[in-house]
Structures are given as structure tokens and as C-alpha cells.
Design a protein around this ligand. Sequence first.
Ligand code: PRX
Length: 657
Amino acid sequence: MSSENEIANLLHESRRFPPSAEFSKQAVAQPELYEKAKSDRLAFWAAQANNLHWHKPFTKTLDWSEAPFAKWFEDGELNVSYNCLDRHVESGAGDRVALFFEGEPGDTKAFTYKELLQEVKKAANVLANLGIQSGDRVAIYMPLIPEAIIAMHAVVRLGAVHSVVFGGFSADSLAARIQDAGAKLVITADGGFRKGKASALKPAVDSALSDEKCPSVEHVLVVKRCGNEIDWDDNRDLWWHEQLDSASSEHQSQGFNAEHPLFILYTSGTTGKPKGILHTTGGYLTQAAYTHKNVFDLHETKDVYWCTADIGWITGHSYVAYGPMANGATQVIYEGTPDTPDWGRWWSIIEKYKVSIFYTAPTAIRSFMKLGREMINKFDLSSLRLLGSVGEPINPEAWMWYREVIGSGTTPIVDTWWQTETGAIMISPLPGVTAAKPGSAMLPLPGVSMEVVDDEGNAVGNGHGGLLTITEPWPSMLRGIWGDPERFKETYWSRFPGRYFAGDGAKLDEDGDLWLLGRVDDVMNVSGHRLSTTEIESALVSHPYVAEAAVVGAKDETTGQAVVAFVILRASQVSQTGDEEKVSKELRDHVAKEIGPIAKPRTIFVVAELPKTRSGKIMRRLLRDVAEDRPVGDVTTLADTTVMDTISSRVASGASD
Ligand code: PRX
């Protein structure tokens, strides 16, 4: 969490950026939306749901009698793929571009809604031929290419459940997720292009499935993207293009119950084991579509929308694969990194496709701020009319820079707060309504009820800080943790009975606007990606050098937080380890192998002891002080109060990587 001083400074923010009269006039979301939702919340959500196509209409909006397991629109039936594709083709929008794909090497491809539907139908037939049925789980481990989105839609079209695993995760992480979900099929690619080279993916799948580690998997479908050399198992592996070429493009979608499972997405929690967050069909699509339309002010026949998130994260689900397509939007997807071939790549894409709505993360914005505006000024960004931010708090400087340099000083910015668990945006300005304050996510959206509370669960009121809770069920809420209903109740619903605890700190300013202050638990947020301190600690102690490890998220100018590890080496290993630089490199590589490169500690400190309370709990707060280079706080509850002196002097003497 931010320090008290920073919070106080934030709350003195006096700048206000109301939308222009012109923007407000044309805006999708008008001020009445708040009143409508307030006067009858459930009727409001039912009206949003009715913007979708229902194979069988629902008559009940919410059943909360088995809280915290919600049922939304439970007697209705719908098909997500039908809503995102067939519906637009049938209403005459089949020739509208659904996807502009920009490959990293510069190859491009556009799909109209009609073309995309045809591919999805073929892919659905391929999956059905491979025995995939409603309720089966399919793991997707792919680069951001059109086939990834086609695969997701083909899976849900059949009522099967996807588990997309970010391509940057290791073979071990992939195996753990395949096993937990019991996936029958893995869809992958030979590789994807990253930083100018083919980055192989298939070898990680081979390794995840080796030695009978994942017996549930029957087949692996492989998209040929890079043409890199890969191993092949004739009994298991199938080329995507060969299968699709011979598949029929006729496929009638059927309706599934609104509470039918839609997807699982694993995310880090406070323990070492990632949680499989479960979303279901009707409520999820309702809120993904509603928020995408209203928060991004989507005018589907005019706008070109681009969200830079990968499909491996929830943002790539709700605001690439589903929300925009449910609304018939035209969107851009880009396979590669922002610095390839140079840091002008994103801006060249905006210029080329005339992107009008752009959604990215503060960490990216801060990286560009550091580089200066020279590169950006070479491009024509005048098509942009709305900017969005997600994943972590956006500091006022970055907010201002985003608006001035990218948004030509005129575009509204929507700072959107939400989580894998919430499924869709929960807090955000409405772009045509709200006079935004730089750094504040402002208010819960119409239909969403929240409260900032103290440790006892009492509302703190304006001008005070506390813990963010959600007081009423919402349609796109998670329905559970895959295979672990107890953990679901315990993690989110036990701290404040009857309400959802988000794990974030927040403050209400004097106007009642919300300022998000980061996680209050052992979850870190590095470049907008969630990582668990415990998960990285277990990866570190699984290395033979390490006796004990403690990991903290330390403030970082670019990535928001950075992973900093304190390790105690095993005495028996110390003599063989050589210098600390080598140890540090080896341990960082080990974490990358165990979890994935995103979890690599930025810094590793080798220490003799860790600060622990008398009951043996590591006091991460004190380690964070050291990692952030500030005076160490209160040490009186430590079992041995001298430990921090030893650590601080060791760190100061340069014992780092
Ligand atoms: O701490 C909050 C932060 O990201 C966490 C959720 O991470 P994840 O499930 O990976 O989803 C990220 C994309 C939705 C939250 O608990 N967070 C997300 N958006 C914001 C944010 N913190 C501040 N401001 C935001 N706009």
C-alpha cells in the first residue's frame, strides 16, 4: 500500500477534467444511468441482460439464497459465441471488420464478423470431432493471434470451458493448471513472435504433458505460426490448419443455461497455489458487454477499439475476446511487444488503423513517459477520442501525461478498477458524465454497490481510508474457485460476512470519490500482473541452495511493484555457490523456470536471518522498508529485535544482485 504521505498528497488533487459538451452529447452513457440503476438495481441488470440474445428468455434475475453462490438469470439459455458472432451477421453487420490482426513481423490479416464466424464454426466442428462436449475443459496456451480468439469462441460455442494459460508461464505452471482443471485438449501454437524472434510454445506443452503428468489430455491442436522446428507425437498432436481445412463450416449453436460454466482463469492468491476463478455464461457476458459499451463509449459502426492486454489475463477475456465482440465492435489485436522494431510500434498501429479507443496499463504508460515524447510525436494520434487504464493505480503524473501526450489534451480517461474475480469493470468514470480527477477511479458503476470499511466492517465515510468491499452481488462475479468451494468462501466472504472483500485498500475523498491504494494482502502487482509472494517463496525454496526465503513487492517507478527476495542459503551449499552474483542469477532463472519469467525477482538479497514474530510469521512490512530503502519501522514484535540491523547493514554493504 502507498504511504500515508502519498495518500494525503493524492487527496489534495484539485484538478478536474469534465468531458466536453460535444463528447457528453454523443455519449452512450448518460447521467440517468445512475438513477435508473439506483431506483431498481435488479431491473437495471435484467435490462442489460436483455440486450443480449437469449435462446430461452430468463424470468428470474437473481437468486442469492445460497450466498455466496449467486445465480443470475438462471432459467434463461444463451450461447456466448452466437451473441458475439452469429447475431451480428444475422442483423446485417457481417461485413464489418471484427478483428484487425497485426503480427509482430508486420504481417496483417483482417476478419469480418462473417469470416470470423465461419472460422469459429469450423473450429467448433473440429473440437466436437475430437470428442469435446459441453462441460469439458480445454487449455489454451497461445500467442495473441486470431486463432487464439477463434479457439476461445469455438470452445464456448460447444458449452465447453476454456482455461487460457498465459504464454509466458512455464511448463510446470501450465501442467499444474491442466491437472487442476482436468483438461482434455490443449490448443497451442508452434510459437509466437516476440522481440523480433520466434518464441517457441509447443516445447513447454510437450514438457507439461511428459511422463504421463497430465493423463486427462487426449489431444494437442497446434497452430502453425512461426514454422519453428518442433517435436511431434503422432498419437496426440494435430495441426490446426489441417483439421480446419477439412471441417464443415456449418454449425448451429445451441443455448446453454445462464449459469453454465464459461471459463476458468487461474490467478495468484495469498497461498502458493493459484486459484481457478470460475465464471459462468449469462451474468458474465451481460456485464462484460454493458461495461464495454458504456465505459468505453462504444459506437460500434464508427470506433476502432484496441486493448493491449493478452488473452492470458482477464482483461484479454472481457475486453478483447468477449465484451467488444458482444457489442459488434471493430478491434485491433497485436501479437508482439511495444518495442519491436522500436518504441514507435504501438503509435504506428494507432495511426495505421485509426484507433479511436485505446485501453492499456499504467506500467506501459510510465515506460513511455521515461522515453520521452519525441518518438510519439512522429505519429498522428488524432483518431484517439478515449483512453482507458487498468491493472494498478495510475499515479496523477502518468494520468496527466497520458491525456496530454497520447490524448492531445482532450480525451477523457477512464481509470477502470476490477479483478479477475469481478469479471468486468466495477469502478470507473463514465466518460461523458464524470468530471475525472487524475489518479482516481471515481465511482462504482451504475448497478454496482461498494463500501470502504474499517477492520470491523463499518463504513469509514468520506475523507477516510479502509478496505474495499462489494456489498451486493453483481452479474459477472466469480461463481467459485474451481474444485475448492471452501477456499472461495474463506478468501472472499469470511472477513466481512455477507460482503465480498476485494483485498484492496481504498480511500474516499471529501467528495466521496474512490482512490485505490493497492493490495493489502500478500499479493503483488508487477506491471499490472498479479503475483503471489508465497508462490515465489515456494519456488525459491525448491532450489537446493535455499534454506528459507521471503518475498516482498517493493515500489518500482515503472512496473508499479517489483519482486524483491530475501534468501537464507543452506550452510552445506554455501561453499559451492561461489559469488553472490552467480547465486542470484541462478535463483532468478530458477523462478523463471518454475513459474515464468514475469515472476523473476528483480533483486535477491542473501541474508543470514529473516525478521519473524514470536509465532514465526515473517514480517514482510519490515523487509519492504529495506527493499524500498527507507528507515525500518517498528520492530518491537520481532522475536529477535536485532535481526533488522543485521539485514539492513548487509543490504547496505551491497549484498544484492
Ligand atoms: O489491486 C487491484 C489491481 O489489480 C488487482 C486485480 O488484478 P487482476 O485480477 O490480475 O486483474 C487485473 C485487471 C483487471 C486488483 O485487486 N487493479 C486493477 N485495476 C486497478 C487496480 N488498482 C488500482 N486501479 C485500477 N484501475
